[in-house]
Design a protein around this ligand. Structure first.
Ligand SMILES: Cc1cc2nc3c(=O)[nH]c(=O)nc-3n(C[C@H](O)[C@H](O)[C@H](O)COP(=O)(O)OP(=O)(O)OC[C@H]3O[C@@H](n4cnc5c(N)ncnc54)[C@H](O)[C@@H]3O)c2cc1C
Length: 276
């Protein structure tokens, strides 16, 4: 059963060389009830990890823009790059609003990195999936920890959802999927059944083909880097403090991020131009 299989999975992850001590513990239903008094009778137990955390992604986004201002970064939205070349020691980026020039370039265009990376001798094989989220009206604080499929923001709204679909059209919603997610949520927390849904949306996940981040630097085009991953909100501090520092210094550090080079995908193509 699910409750029995989870500790086995975490044990296998622990056994990997250099794995962190997650301090994950399994909890019987009575313990879950103590931690989350509004949990429903259908829940037979849970897992808890003190390292799990939650951020409001809109606030993270705003924090980055505050940082841009503080450090004098110019942000040019709605300027899709269609070509990149390197001449005279400078990268030249073609956009509909004209050319941009830079000494270094970090490809951080999500799934579009798959197209941009080969322009600078890099490789970013992506395998995006679609996900749907249901958001309720604000309610009293009841969920101090993020759960895998339910989280409460600091503003009180509840985000429900974890769907993973192959279809890559984010313009429509599948109500049958929202219904399954909402039903599971109200079985976990029966009081959610009383809340109004204020919005639901579908989004395309930025997803490297094997699910793990890609951080790489180009050998053929020194000064070009690629950074793409799922869970970009969770990993935002690593990107801001570690990856950005390495890019500023001019080289990624193999001992920190070498395992995330696109070399792991093998092949004879651009992957072999990784500058590690
Ligand atoms: C349903 C769903 C649930 C998720 N849940 C979580 C979660 O719980 N925790 C978590 O950490 N993450 C979660 N994510 C993932 C998170 O949103 C992504 O990891 C993150 O957005 C990736 O950030 P990014 O900046 O790499 O890519 P993106 O957010 O895709 O940003 C890429 C940017 O590049 C721009 N761009 C594209 N093409 C070009 C081009 N040619 N030239 C210039 N610019 C270009 C785009 O306009 C965009 O602004 C979720 C995603 C979805 C869809």
């Amino acid at each position: 059963d699910e409750i029995g299989a989870l500790p086995e999975l975490v044990k296998r992850m622990h056994n990997q060389v250099g794995a962190a001590d997650y301090r994950m513990q399994m909890m019987p239903a009575s313990e879950v009830k103590k931690a989350l008094p509004l949990i429903g009778p259908d829940v037979s137990g849970g897992s808890y990890c003190p390292h799990d955390g939650h951020v409001n992604s809109l606030r993270t986004f705003r924090a980055f823009h505050t940082g841009f201002k503080a450090f004098g970064v110019d942000y040019f939205p709605e300027r899709p790059v269609s070509a990149i070349s390197k001449r005279g020691g400078e990268f030249r980026l073609t956009t509909p609003q004209g050319e941009l020039r830079a000494a270094k370039v970090v490809l951080a265009a999500g799934n579009a990195n798959q197209t941009l990376a080969p322009m600078v001798g890099l490789h970013a094989p992506m395998g995006p999936t679609r996900g749907q989220i249901v958001v309720t009206e604000r309610t009293m604080p009841f969920l101090p920890h993020p759960l895998t499929t339910i989280r409460q923001t600091d503003e009180g709204t509840v985000m429900i959802g974890d769907s993973r679909e192959e279809e890559l059209d984010d313009r429509t919603l599948k109500h049958s999927i929202s219904a399954v997610m909402a039903d599971r949520a109200q079985r976990m927390f029966p009081h959610l059944a009383r809340l109004n849904v204020v919005r639901s949306w579908a989004g395309i996940r930025v997803m490297p083909q094997d699910g793990f981040p890609i951080y790489d630097q180009s050998e053929s085009h020194p000064g070009a880097f690629v950074a793409c991953c799922h869970s970009g909100v969770t990993l935002a501090s690593n990107h801001a403090f570690d990856v950005a520092r390495m890019v500023a210094q001019g080289a990624l550090e193999p001992e920190l991020v070498g395992a995330f080079s696109a070399r792991r995908f093998g092949g004879n193509g651009a992957a072999n131009h990784s500058g590690y």
